[in-house]
Write a protein that binds this ligand. Structure first.
Ligand code: DP6
Length: 335
């Protein structure tokens, strides 16, 4: 078993360790897994049991601004609000940043602006930790590659290793104990017609974190032994759907993968369910629309919100059927 500190030392050997830039700002996009990461083989390094595959949310993500300050404590501002040092988010963020500092120095003023609801199952920790490692890369002038930053981001949150790129990213589970081969790999497929519809069922903090929920599921669900095979099947189908631009196959495999993840959680002891009445109603609506021949699918992460998958030419129908939807164009990347 390796510690995070050992891995960081390995990645940063020979890199500068003094402040190179006193002030800077970076951005990382959120990502939504079409084939999910659920369960770890190493919970210190966030090494997954299986590979996973995501699509980036382009403009939805985390803006991270830092400034070195001559103070005794760090300051955190989240979406315009000052966050107390006792707050979970403050502690998780600075205990991660402290892995890279020496005796808590330099002290930092950090402002994170998230364009997605934090802790509402919209993958905000992914863009959050990816933006942190990008920020540290600037602060210290490491000049690391996106792949090296992906390894560092994973130490903060597993899904963050997929948030260093736009478009489709596969996180290969790897087999090494030090996790050096467990990394995000950008896939070359482009699909400009693809749309993601965000349906917010609640922006409350989730009742149980994905971290805790995946540990309980792995340990106690009688269905968990089926999960690796399910992922292998779904991942292969999603990759071939991307290669052939077969939307029905993509939607089908992605939705099936999300349902399998939630079914596996329901069989945990105690059972874990992230859905609420709105989620359930939207799922029924999506299924009915498919009976009526509309090509629309969903995926759902560790929260009640639903993400619709559809193509550009269904946009008008989707806006009419789901007036509260927010539509993302993953391949509309602003310069
Ligand atoms: C359901 O990456 O948040 O969104 O590694 O413990 O920080 P930790 O977990 P996290 O889990 C994400 C779970 C998921 C599926 C996914 O994004 O693949």
């Amino acid at each position: 078993m390796y510690s995070k500190e050992q891995i960081i030392a390995q990645i940063l050997t020979g890199k500068p360790n003094g402040v190179q830039l006193e002030k800077g700002a970076v951005y990382a996009p959120a990502n939504i897994a079409l084939c999910k990461y659920w369960g770890k083989r190493d919970s210190i390094l966030n090494l997954p049991m299986t590979s996973s595959l995501s699509i980036s949310l382009a403009q939805k993500g985390s803006h991270f601004a830092f400034e070195v300050v001559d103070e005794k404590t760090d300051c955190l501002n989240l979406n315009g609000q000052s966050i107390d040092a006792q707050h979970d988010f403050y502690q998780r963020l600075f205990s991660f940043i402290s892995l890279f500092r020496h005796n808590g120095e330099p002290r930092l003023n950090i402002a994170i602006t998230s364009t997605i609801p934090i802790a509402a199952g919209l993958a905000s920790s992914a863009s959050g930790f990816a933006s942190v490692v990008k920020g540290l890369n600037e602060l210290y002038g490491w000049q690391l590659s996106c792949s090296e930053l992906s390894l560092l981001a994973r130490l903060g949150s597993g899904s963050a290793c997929r948030s260093l790129w736009d478009g489709f990213v596969e996180w290969q589970h790897g087999s090494r104990d030090d996790g050096m081969d467990s990394i995000g790999i950008p896939l070359e497929y482009k699909w400009p017609q693809l749309r993601i519809g965000l349906l917010l069922a609640s922006s409350d903090k989730k009742s149980i974190s994905s971290r805790e929920a995946m540990a309980i599921t792995k340990q106690s669900s009688s269905l968990y032994h089926l999960w690796p095979e399910q992922v292998a099947t779904d991942l292969a189908m999603i990759k071939s759907a991307l290669a052939e631009k077969d939307f029905i196959a993509l939607g089908h495999a992605s939705e099936r993968n999300a349902i399998a993840m939630h079914a596996t959680m329901l069989k945990a002891k105690p059972a874990i369910s992230y859905s609420n009445a709105k989620t359930a109603a939207w799922v029924q609506q999506v299924w009915q629309l498919r009976v009526d021949n509309m090509p629309i699918y969903f995926t759902q992460d560790a929260g009640p919100n639903l993400k619709l998958l559809f193509l550009e030419d269904s946009t008008d129908d989707i806006l009419q059927l789901f007036p509260e939807v927010e539509i993302i164009q993953p391949f509309l990347i602003e310069a």
